[in-house]
Design a protein around this ligand. Sequence first.
Ligand code: FMN
Length: 330
Amino acid sequence: MSSSPDSQTLRDFLAQVEKANPKDILRFKDRIALDYEATAVALELERGRAWQAPVLWFEKVEDFEMPVVTNVFATRGRYAMALGIPEDRLIEEWAQRGDRMIEPKLHDKGPVQEVVYKGADVDLGRIPIKTHFERDGGRYITNGIIIAKDPETGVRNASHHRMQVKGRNRLGTSLHSRRHLWDYVRRAEELGKEIPIAIVIGGHPLMTFAGLWKGSMAIDEYAVAGGLAGRPLDISKCVTVPIEVPAQGELVIEGHILPGVREPEGPFAEFTGYHSERSTENVIEVTAITHRKGAIYQDVVGGMSDEPAACWPCRRKRGSCAPCAAPSPT
Ligand SMILES: Cc1cc2nc3c(=O)[nH]c(=O)nc-3n(C[C@H](O)[C@H](O)[C@H](O)COP(=O)(O)O)c2cc1C
């Protein structure tokens, strides 16, 4: 018993969550501070609670236009809902669909390009990117999927990376998992090439799952997203880089990873519960910001919160289930 999602948007997924159980989304209408407050609310709600971990929706974050949504991935129930299956079939279904590839469908433009900032208008300060923990090195994008192409074969890859704001158009990132993007950058640097990228923030959860897929470097991870959904992912062309992004996403940051440039990045509160100093110290120069009208900014709580470690058997005692006991590359 499984079904394909009808929509490829985060907003429709959130509406589906709310319809299924209105208590699964907690809306905050009062103004909150950009830094720390949303993280504090998420962690305070976790304390002493039996099992619930609602999506947190902050409608007014200082003077920002965009609302902030966080904790979306804090329960396995919501993972299952994204796949349209009961929770007890999660692992089995994920494995089956992960082997099914469906090529994406390319459009010239998508809703994610309804609002475009380029050149001097680029300013990461327009986006409610926050400091999560006191000892973090700064403000961090915690839910960014970097889309890049292999510098030799052109195959697309999608992977999550933490990204620290360094200025209006500058981000620092770490590729410490040393997986596909790290290898793209290594080879591009040998060829003296830049790596054009697009950072996707706020898509349907199945796009997020595709960004976590671990498989061959020869596979286009948009085909993985299609396979998970059971239908082609709609993608559209970026405005300043030769990269395609999910057309129905909320927000995209376009730019380049600069070859041969390294700058301090971190520390950052990782899901292990430690502040990690480890970083490959890569630098991204931003060339455009595009988003939907009325875009929602999606964040991941970070640190040792339920999100991103949504493993219920391990909530009280980490490492008590097989996936968590396995060594992790991050
Ligand atoms: C929320 C989140 C944040 C992550 N941050 C990083 C990061 O900062 N650096 C990194 O190298 N890997 C990070 N990862 C792990 C990679 O995204 C993951 O290993 C991914 O599968 C790599 O993709 P690839 O196998 O297609 O290269 C993160 C994962 C998640 C879920």
